[in-house]
Design a protein around this ligand. Sequence first.
Ligand SMILES: [Zn+2]
Length: 356
Amino acid sequence: MRVKTLTPLWTGGVNSKVDRIHETGLLGSLRWWYETLVRGLGGNVCNEEHKCDFDTQKYISSKANSEAERLKEAGLCDVCQVFGATGWKRRFRLSVVEDNIRDAKIQHPIKAYKKKYVSGGKEYVPTWYFSDPSKTNVSPVPPNTPKIGNFEILLQSLDYDFQIEIIKGLIQFIADWAGLGARNQMGFGIIEPIGERADASYLYEKLLTNVGNYHYAELPSLKNVFLVQIKVGNAEEVETFNIKCDLRRLFSDNKDVRHFVMGTAGEKKDSAKKIAAKIKISHPYNDNLMRIWGWIPEEADCYNKNWDREKIVSDIYKYLTTNYNLEVWREIDSKRDTVTPNITKPEKFLQSLLGL
Ligand SMILES: [Zn+2]
């Protein structure tokens, strides 16, 4: 697949020595979305505490009729069957050819200039810092800088039973609705395939085989995501950070909720309290479009009994519709959905997102 970046792409691992597009960064976001889609359909997805481990003996002695059943008996969830687990290789190979890639010019540091906050009686302007590619005295060296330009994703099936079109469809889905690579909450990762759109029907058919009754109230799932596009006037990169500040402020009355939704680096050397942002905001791209997407779980009982998903999502919706032109809002079983409101079946919602 040939791909063009619409906002810079960031795939670098922190300790990585090589400054290029890292396959692992792409695979990470592909797996994240595959898990999210399978969870939404009620499929079987392992978790951090119980990761899959392939049992060769069970696989060999399995009397099941289908390969998927045999793999399940051998201990693999629906996602690990495709993306691999201990003892079981990923069903496909992914590599990157950088045909016309360069370092993105990143504004650094960037200040959300419209916003001023008061903390401990002092006024301050929220500021974000990035590695400066023009400096050498930074860590890591050389810095893993975000990239822009065109590149090629080479995909190859490693199993006659696995159709590589499934992965092409997944990349197309990410290109249509979300971001590739890491640090999407910093605006990175909007891409567009060059040439023909990938046929998403292979992905759809594959995912339909995973439909089940598992329920994931606290994890990212097609059932709790929202996918939004807004139009902004003369947008600059700083708009991403202005929106970020405004969304943070929506939850200013509850620090736990704010950190849970918008993420936190952890307070003062306590990196154990680091929480990943659940809401991502792209830089402006293509004629002042911006993309905002995220997931808000039904339950987050580590916080309090007053957790209210509907209120959080509806506050975000109100903020965006009040301040921007809303182009698209997609959300399952919701009156807010601008294409087909109140789709209750995940299969139907997925079909609609895939444009099938
Ligand atoms: Zn698994």
